[in-house]
Every structure is written in structure tokens, then in C-alpha cells.
Design a protein around this ligand. Structure first.
Ligand code: ADP
Ligand code: MN
Ligand code: MN
Ligand code: MN
Length: 366
């Protein structure tokens, strides 16, 4: 008699060409992820080879019961670290049967911005620092924290080690390797200032692929926490009080910023971001006002600021970038639960497309 884990690990390739494709999409809240699997006749190399599919949108808060069908368009594929072999994860976006993106599909509008020649010529790169908190399943309280109580104050936990400081490392490391296996450009991981909170980085990734990869990495993380019996939280301020919130710092550069004279282009971009501060804040994640207080390495959401090496500013420019006169900058405002399609495309729109009274500027009002 086989054990469950032996059956789960059966190698399909030994007996059939068929593969399993896990179709993944974003649900009605805009942050919940859903997925279901189907069998395909053989291995695939690109999302164009995959059939469209559909699901019951009335069960995800995305369509009325009377006309419930939502259509999935495959957009990006990754190797499946759970099923392995030729099996794949498929990041999809969602359309009505008439071919219109549904309201929670933020990828379609982002892809439009990234396909404009002014934008694609600039080869925009993104480095996304996803912070997240692991919670105990039964009480929804951070992993390692005493139930109904608190650990010692912040200080020893950031990049910390040891049984009294680092809680959840197996999950973090499993996720790190699973992302590399999948083909995600995961750049690193670290323990955070608040214990039970961790970070991984995706990038530098080009244009729309940054959003696709971050969503795939979030999906893999929630699947791993499911196995571990731990709850994944992307709440921007999981614990009130003297505890750091969770962000998704967004590092950004264009071709012109990365070459000689780039620092001037970076300063221009920061000026444009200042002009559209309110619009960006409004799009940078639900509940971000609980996090952007001006304390705990954040800038207040009501003021825009920037500085070299300043972790209390809205935008931080690294020392290397200043010294070399070219490079990238970090937008520290996005919350951990932000939609990377919205944030990455909006930064490109503001810094590359936006000019005063520019008719092609899509979402600014003036
Ligand atoms: P922090 O010091 O803020 O914690 P991290 O090392 O966590 O920074 O993250 C920095 C991110 O910036 C990484 O994902 C990295 O790939 C990305 N990055 C590096 N160079 C560039 C660049 N030129 N353009 C955009 N992103 C970049
Ligand atoms: Mn970081
Ligand atoms: Mn961090
Ligand atoms: Mn950062």
C-alpha cells in the first residue's frame, strides 16, 4: 500500500505525456487568489499555447449568479514546484464572455501602459520587496508570539537568528527555493523588524512580468503556508502599537536612469511623483493609512518627501545611485497588500508618460 506522499509524488512523465496546469487568478477582493487544475495533452512552453478557461464568478464575488461565467486568459507560466515534472502554474487574468476585462482585472490596463512605445523603449525594471506576516492558525496572532501576549520589544528580530527571535524560517526557505524552481526572479529573503514578519524580493523584473512574478510568488507562499498550517497575512499593519507594519517597497529604474546622467532623470521622476502623490497613495493598498504614520520607518501619508538613504522618506535614493550619478530609486509607500499591476504601471505612467497637460496621460485629472 502506498502512502499519501508517495502518491502525491508519482512521476507522471513515466507513464503519460499529459501534464497538469494549475490556472491561477485574483478573486473578488482584489487580493485573494484562486486556482483550479486541468489536464493538458502535453508539455507547453508559452502561455499562447494554452486554452482559455472559465470559472463561476458568482462564487468569487466577481459576477452575478444569472450570468456567472468569467473567462480566464493565460498570461504567464511557471514551473510547478508542488507537482514538479512538466506540470505548470498559469497566471491568468479575467474577462467577460464578451471580451471585456472584469473590474478586478488590473493586469489588462497595466499591460496597455507597458505596451506604449514610450514606456517599452525605457525598459522599466522593478524590484518588489514583499513583506508579510505569518499567523498562528487558531488565534490569528503572529507566529511565535505568546497567545494573548507580546514578545519583547523590537530590536533583536530584524535579520535575526535563534529560537527566541526567528519564527517560521522553514516556510521562508521552502518558499525561496520553490520560487527559484518555478523560474521566478526572487532576489533574496530576510527576517523583518517585527518578529513573525518576513520579506522576499522579486526583481529586477521587466514591465508587466514584475506583477506576474509577484502574484506567482504570493501564490506559492500561500500554498506553502497551507501545508505548514500557518495563515499568511498581507495586512499592512497586522498588530497595532509599537510594531512595524508591512510594505511592498517598489524599486524602479528606466534605461535613462541607468545610464550616464541618470540622476537628473531620477530627480525629474521624483518631482512628477510628488505632483501625483495623492493619486498614488489612493492606489497603494487598502488600510495603508494604519501603516504610513510617520513612525516605524515610514513617511506620513499626508506629506511627500524624498532623500538619499532616508528610510523615513516617501522615496529613498540609495547611496550608490547618488555616488555613481545613475541607478534607481525606492518608492517606500506601497503597502504589503498592494496590487503590483496597479503600482508598477502607475509608476511608469507618472514618470514616463506624465507631462503637464499631456493628452496621453491616462488617469491624471487636469
Ligand atoms: P532594501 O535595502 O530597501 O531592503 P532590498 O535589497 O530588499 O532593498 O531590495 C532592493 C530591490 O531592488 C531588489 O529586488 C533588487 O533586485 C532591486 N533593484 C536593484 N537594482 C535595480 C534597478 N536598477 N532597478 C530596479 N530595481 C532594482
Ligand atoms: Mn528589503
Ligand atoms: Mn523590509
Ligand atoms: Mn526597502
Amino acid at each position: 500500500m502506498s502512502t499519501l506522499s508517495e502518491l502525491v509524488n508519482l512521476k507522471l512523465g513515466d507513464v503519460t505525456d499529459s501534464i497538469i496546469a494549475e490556472y491561477i487568478w485574483i478573486g473578488g477582493s482584489g487580493t485573494d487568489m484562486r486556482s483550479k487544475a486541468r489536464t493538458l495533452p502535453g508539455p507547453v512552453k508559452s502561455p499562447e499555447e494554452l486554452p482559455r478557461w472559465n470559472y463561476d464568478g458568482s462564487s468569487t464575488g466577481q459576477a452575478p449568479g444569472k450570468d456567472s461565467e468569467v473567462i480566464l486568459y493565460p498570461q504567464a507560466i511557471f514551473k510547478d514546484p508542488f507537482r514538479r515534472g512538466d506540470n505548470i502554474l498559469v497566471i491568468c487574468d479575467c474577462y467577460t464572455p464578451q471580451g471585456q476585462p472584469i473590474p478586478t482585472n488590473k493586469r489588462a490596463a497595466a499591460a496597455k501602459i507597458f505596451s506604449q512605445v514610450e514606456v517599452s523603449n525605457e525598459e522599466p525594471w522593478y524590484g518588489l520587496e514583499q513583506e508579510y506576516t505569518l499567523l498562528q492558525k487558531e488565534v490569528k496572532w503572529p507566529l511565535g508570539w505568546p497567545i494573548g501576549g507580546y514578545p519583547g520589544p523590537q530590536g533583536p528580530y530584524y535579520c535575526g537568528i535563534g529560537v527566541d527571535k526567528a519564527w517560521g524560517r522553514d516556510i521562508v526557505d521552502a518558499h525561496y527555493k520553490a520560487c527559484l524552481y518555478a523560474g521566478i526572479q526572487i532576489g533574496g529573503i530576510n527576517g523583518e523588524v517585527m518578529p513573525g514578519q518576513w520579506e522576499f524580493q522579486v526583481g529586477p523584473a521587466l514591465g508587466i512580468t514584475a506583477g506576474d512574478q509577484l502574484w506567482a510568488a504570493r501564490y506559492i507562499l500561500e500554498r506553502i503556508t497551507e501545508i505548514a498550517g500557518v495563515v499568511l497575512s498581507l495586512d499592512p499593519k497586522p498588530v497595532e502599537g509599537d510594531w512595524n507594519g508591512a510594505g511592498c517597497h517598489t524599486n524602479f529604474s528606466t534605461k535613462s536612469m541607468r545610464r550616464e546622467g541618470g540622476f537628473r532623470v531620477i530627480k525629474d521622476a521624483i518631482e512628477k511623483l510628488e505632483k501625483r502623490h495623492k493619486a498614488h497613495i489612493a492606489a497603494y493598498g487598502e488600510g495603508n493609512e494604519r501603516r504610513l504614520t510617520g513612525k516605524h520607518e515610514t513617511a506620513s501619508m499626508n506629506t511627500f518627501s524624498w532623500g538619499v538613504a532616508n528610510r523615513g522618506a516617501s522615496i529613498r535614493v540609495g547611496r550608490d545611485t547618488e555616488a555613481e550619478g545613475k541607478g534607481y530609486f525606492e518608492d517606500r509607500r506601497p503597502a504589503s497588500n498592494m496590487d503590483p499591476y496597479i503600482v508598477t504601471s502607475m509608476i511608469a505612467e507618472t514618470t514616463i508618460l506624465f507631462q503637464q497637460n499631456h493628452p496621453r496621460c491616462l488617469s491624471c485629472q487636469h
